[in-house]
Design a protein around this ligand. Structure first.
Ligand code: NCD
Length: 356
């Protein structure tokens, strides 16, 4: 039977997502009860991109469940530096480990890797595309901090173009009658496919430049870092950085029970003084990430039906994805597969739209 994978949190039915959130909360309340549940299991973490929280929380999660961890955090120390293809690396690691966690700078990489994996694989961030386990962390935190995921007004602020955490969160929150307030410069607004999704799901969204103007409306403020490493030029990054800074003065404009989230790391977008405000939940959020990942690993190992199998819509051998960061650019053997949407083709890996 083909393994099931977690590439995009919105591939899971809401009932399953709720069960994982509930399990994360139960584990948080009583971690000792779970300290042996993954005894004898091995998780491989393949990190082709820098990471502190995601990598360490995944590793700690598996260790706290009684399992073991192998992997690399610098591909230069692996056979990737000798030119090994992604599919060969995955095939080999799948022979060693019971579950694989992968982070990679190319968009659609997790889906491509999962296609070649005979064990469950989890997307820990694929370029500027998606970051489902951060979203799971965010959902656990919203559940704990706000008591509900329904009917919230959420402000997403900063790099909405390249911020994969924002993209995944929008996809998931579209299921909860969310009112989205998108706070960004014109250059860093969310990709069109997500605007289409918000419209199609019946959620409303408003694009706004001013954080001050947005703040009084919000139940949740999700701050993000400007993703310098994903810009095509340093000059463009310099123009965009430090536009949004949340400080104590701005916090005084917000509701008394607004919650501030941030996937972290922060650069300068939240001043240190905000950390003392009880509404600042980002350090609690980072801890929740470990419990969220414990719940996810345990669920995927215990119930192999959790997740989705990889299928491709239609292969167009002569059409290439136009996204220079798509995984199909570097791993030439991958089937060039797209779905049709009106007069567009949508890349099955990275969601890039191509006019036909
Ligand atoms: C985020 C990421 O890697 O996308 N960090 C994380 O996983 N907590 C956010 C970021 O790097 O800005």
């Amino acid at each position: 039977m083909a393994a099931k994978h977690l590439i995009d949190l919105s591939d899971l039915e809401q009932g399953k997502v709720n069960a994982i959130i509930d399990l994360a909360c139960k584990i948080k309340e009583n971690p000792q009860q779970y300290q042996d549940v993954c005894r004898g299991k091995i998780m491989a973490t393949l990190f082709y991109e820098p990471s502190t929280r995601t990598q360490m929380s995944f590793k700690t999660a598996m260790l706290r469940l009684g399992g073991e961890v192998i992997g690399f955090d610098n591909p230069q120390n692996s056979s990737v530096s000798k030119g090994e293809s992604l599919k060969d690396t995955i095939r080999i690691v799948g022979g060693y480990a019971d579950i694989i966690v992968i982070r990679h700078p190319s968009e659609g990489c997790a889906k491509a890797a999962a296609y070649h994996s005979n064990v469950p694989l989890i997307n820990a961030g694929d370029g500027g595309h998606l970051h489902p386990t951060q979203t799971l962390t965010d959902l656990v935190t919203l559940h704990l901090e706000k008591g509900t995921l329904e009917n919230l007004t959420i402000g997403l602020c900063g790099d909405l173009k390249y911020g994969r955490t924002v993209h995944s969160l929008i996809k998931s929150m579209c299921r909860h009658h969310t009112k989205f307030i998108l706070i960004s410069t014109r250059e860093l607004t969310v990709p069109q496919y997500l605007k289409d999704l918000m419209n199609a799901s019946g959620c409303s969204y408003q694009e706004i430049y001013s954080l001050e103007e947005a703040l009084p409306m919000l139940d949740v403020l999700y701050m993000t870092r400007i993703q310098g490493e994903r810009f095509s030029s340093r000059e463009e990054y310099e123009r965009q950085k430090s536009v949004y800074v949340l400080d104590r003065r701005k916090m005084s404009l917000a509701k008394k029970d607004m919650v501030v989230l941030h996937p972290l790391p922060r650069v300068d977008e939240i001043t240190d003084e905000v950390d003392e405000d009880p509404r600042a939940a980002y350090f609690r959020q980072a801890v929740n990430g470990m419990y969220a990942r414990m719940a996810l690993i345990l669920t995927m190992l215990q119930d192999p039906q959790t997740g989705s199998s990889i299928h491709f819509n239609r292969v167009y051998p002569s059409i290439a994805c136009t996204n220079p960061k798509c995984i199909t650019q570097s791993e030439g053997y991958l089937p060039k597969s797209f779905s049709e949407s009106g007069d567009m083709l949508v890349c099955d890996y990275c969601d890039q739209r191509i006019l036909i």
